[in-house]
Design a protein around this ligand. Structure first.
Ligand code: ME8
Length: 694
């Protein structure tokens, strides 16, 4: 974790307003917002910029088609972007629109500098020349003939024919900056990542850079070139300039001087489609104009759906409004950042979204929070227990609780190398899925520690009170640190957890990264559901918690394991299949084909909760590798619900669903019995959830 206050600018591309926002736009913006929040949490001084790209031929055409003015069209779509960012809890410092006057003035200032600039070999950086070539109005760019698909010179990105264009334009002498660009990129003074994109750009430079035209004759909707008022500046020059104009380049404003010219990092997050503009054109333009160039550029991968490019024509678009409405902003932000490494392409599926929500958020995180707070409420009178320093307290009894204490002392809260430093380091590396994986590793360990320390047993022995409190204080601190570190991705959940911990629903600050901020004796807040479980369609689970049991079902059903009421009849859980087979007479025996119909699988219990009004039944969430499902088991007389979480059991996975006390069960947990008390069947080595039992 950095201790000096770094100053940085983080930007997203400014998005075209030719259509409503796209999930890919949300992806880059969520990433930039997360990084900005993580940096602020680490005590850095950050300026986060986003906006809309509003000029160009496309806008002229669309506005004409809609029968409204260009400005009216831009206003409406730009507002849709801002409203989407509100829904996603995006907190930018500035939203720039290229139709703002301050932008136009900034672009013209940059243009004036370019007009006076000389290349490293002493020629004019901008010159008047004749351009002829294939122009794609959708890309707003000229295309090399070899890039086009024949017949009809079709643009490979937009699948539309390009137009042959001849005009007198101003050109930027990019070819003269080849050596400078190569050196800047190879030395990492401009750090392009992932490496594959850096190599791609170096490959383009190696092939030789061509000058490009920076004014357009046929376009009206843009910034007029002072020397040639019937021309507008090329939309990419106009758009790229936003990164400095938004900060007040036109008037040499304070934000420009502090964040851009005087800052430590100028970072652009972009998609892989626009790396040439950002990694070649833009640095060269700035360098020619004598303006500091970006220091880092990171190209995210592309989202596909069902393996195909997102496209309206194929009908596989993902509506970012529907996505955020489905399970809330935290879940959507978490999913896109967790599902794949940030630079890689990945495929969006609904089942992965719902699966991650249930497994990672409802089960892992939701359970940790609710278990820690429920135990503190129950055993510590709803208050933060006494604080213990992160060293092994004297007189602490069993090795298990001590292990947890040691875990805190030696890994969780070690300055510069503990949990916070590791997770913030991953954010800083723009490795969002890495940061979340690291954090979820800890969530798993904390959940596991509950199972090992067995606070419910400690609570029964007054002599072990200190040990119980030491454990619960650390657990609550662990939950607090998890909330702090997850806050860049899930700001709402973090603030809610803070509320439950009694420190007020608020955004974490750098001071919250320190160990031991919870004040002993302070009342905890009320426990609220964080991520209620949903079914496969993302709807709240039916038959869950609040679903009333029907009268007949309640009457008929005894408190028995799921097998006894599940059609078709299955062996009683007391009789493990092998034992049952041994005991059966030859005539009763089944052949292997019959046995093969029973699908037995290893399943990890991720959540457990006693069913109200029942002595024996416990509702389990079990992870079967492919899915997480609810199973009801009659083992509550033998196991505390909290102690079940983390155990790997054997489940009959292909039973038809059945209801017990009104609660749906999707399978059966195998157990034997000793003196009438259930004993779970398990493995004598670690097996992955979903492993087939043969
Ligand atoms: O290019 N997967 O704007 P744009 C992931 N105005 N990200 C995607 C994506 C996908 N399927 N589709 C789009 C422009 N993106 C210019 C930028 S900047 C000076 C001017 C994201 O509206 C990705 O970040 O076409 C990509 O670079 C950007 O949206 C393109 O947005």
């Amino acid at each position: 974790m950095s201790t000096t206050k770094r100053v940085s600018v983080i930007t997203t591309p400014i998005y075209y307003v030719n259509d409503l926002p796209h999930v890919g736009h949300a992806y880059t913006t969520i990433a930039a917002d997360t990084l900005a929040r993580a940096r602020r949490l680490g005590g850095q001084d950050v300026f986060f910029l986003t906006g809309t790209d509003e000029h160009g031929q496309n806008i002229e055409r669309i506005a004409r088609e809609r029968g409204i003015s260009e400005q009216e069209h831009c206003d409406a779509i730009s507002a849709a972007f801002r409203s989407l960012w509100d829904r996603y809890d995006i907190r930018y410092d500035r939203f720039i629109r290229t139709t703002e006057d301050v932008h136009r003035r900034g672009v013209l200032k940059l243009w004036a500098r370019l007009r006076g600039a000389k290349t490293p070999d002493g020629r004019d950086a901008v010159y008047l020349g004749k351009y002829s070539g294939w122009y794609c109005p959708r890309c707003e760019g000229f295309k090399d003939e070899e890039e086009l698909r024949q017949p009809d010179n079709v643009c490979p990105d937009h699948e539309r024919p390009c137009e042959w264009t001849e005009e007198e334009n101003f050109f930027f002498r990019l070819s003269a900056y080849e050596g400078w660009l190569r050196e800047t990129i190879e030395s990492d003074r401009l750090r392009i990542r992932p490496d594959s994109r850096r190599n791609e750009i170096l490959g383009v430079i190696k092939q030789g850079l061509k000058d490009f035209s920076v004014s357009r004759a046929r376009v009206k909707w843009g910034i007029a070139v002072p020397e040639q008022p019937d021309h507008v500046l090329y939309v990419w020059v106009d758009a790229l300039s936003n990164y400095v104009t938004a900060l007040g380049f036109a008037d040499d404003g304070e934000a420009y001087r502090h964040y851009w010219a005087g800052g430590d990092e100028r970072l652009h997050l972009i998609g892989k489609d626009i790396i040439r503009f950002h990694c070649l054109y833009w640095p060269a333009i700035l360098h020619a104009a004598g303006v500091p160039v970006p220091t880092r550029e990171f190209a995210q991968g592309f989202i596909t759906r069902d393996g195909r490019k997102l496209s309206k024509t194929t009908g596989n678009v993902i509506d970012p409004v529907a996505l955020v409405q489905r399970l809330g902003p935290d879940a959507a932000r978490y999913f896109v950042l967790r599902e794949a490494p940030y630079g890689a392409d990945w495929d969006f599926t609904d089942s992965a979204f719902v699966g991650r929500y249930n497994a990672d958020l409802a089960n892992d995180l939701g359970n940790l929070v609710s278990r820690a707070l429920t135990m503190a409420a129950k055993y510590c009178d709803g208050k933060v227990p006494p604080r213990w320093e992160p060293s092994v307290p004297e007189g602490v009894g069993p090795a298990r609780a001590v292990d947890f204490t040691e875990m805190f002392a030696t890994s969780v809260c070690v300055p510069n190398d503990g949990l916070a430093a590791k997770v913030l380091g991953r954010y800083e590396d723009i490795d969002f899925s890495g940061a979340l994986t690291e954090l979820w590793g800890w969530i798993g360990q904390f959940n596991q520690a509950i199972v090992q320390a067995q606070p419910w047993s400690l609570a029964k022995d007054p002599a072990r009170r200190g040990e119980l409190e030491a454990f619960l204080y650390r657990l609550l601190e662990g939950v607090r640190l998890v909330a702090v570190l997850v806050s860049p991705v899930m700001p709402r959940a973090a603030s809610r957890i803070f509320g439950m911990l009694g420190v007020g629903e608020r955004e974490p600050t750098p001071g919250d990264l320190a160990w031991g901020r919870l004040e002993p004796g302070r009342p905890l807040g009320s426990i609220l559901p964080l991520f209620p479980r949903v079914d496969r369609d993302g709807e709240p689970k039916s038959g869950s918690e609040d679903a009333p049991a029907t009268k007949t079902a309640t009457k008929k059903q005894k408190e028995t394991p799921v097998s006894e009421t599940t059609p078709p009849p299955a062996p009683k859980p007391e009789a493990a299949p092998a034992a049952a087979a041994t005991a059966a007479t030859a005539g009763d025996r089944i052949d292997i084909a019959e046995f093969a119909k029973v699908e037995l699988r290893a399943a990890k219990i991720t959540a457990a909760e006693k069913i109200a009004g029942s002595k024996k039944l416990v509702r389990l969430q079990v992870d079967l590798g492919s899915d997480v499902r609810q199973v009801v088991a009659g083992i509550a007389d033998a196991y505390e619900a909290e102690a079940l979480v983390g155990k790997t059991v054997i489940v009959v996975a292909n039973l038809k669903p059945a209801k017990l006390m009104g609660v749906e069960s999707n399978g059966m947990v195998l157990a034997g019995s000793i003196d009438g008390k259930a004993v779970l069947c398990s493995f004598d080595a670690e097996v992955a959830p979903g492993t087939k039992v043969k």
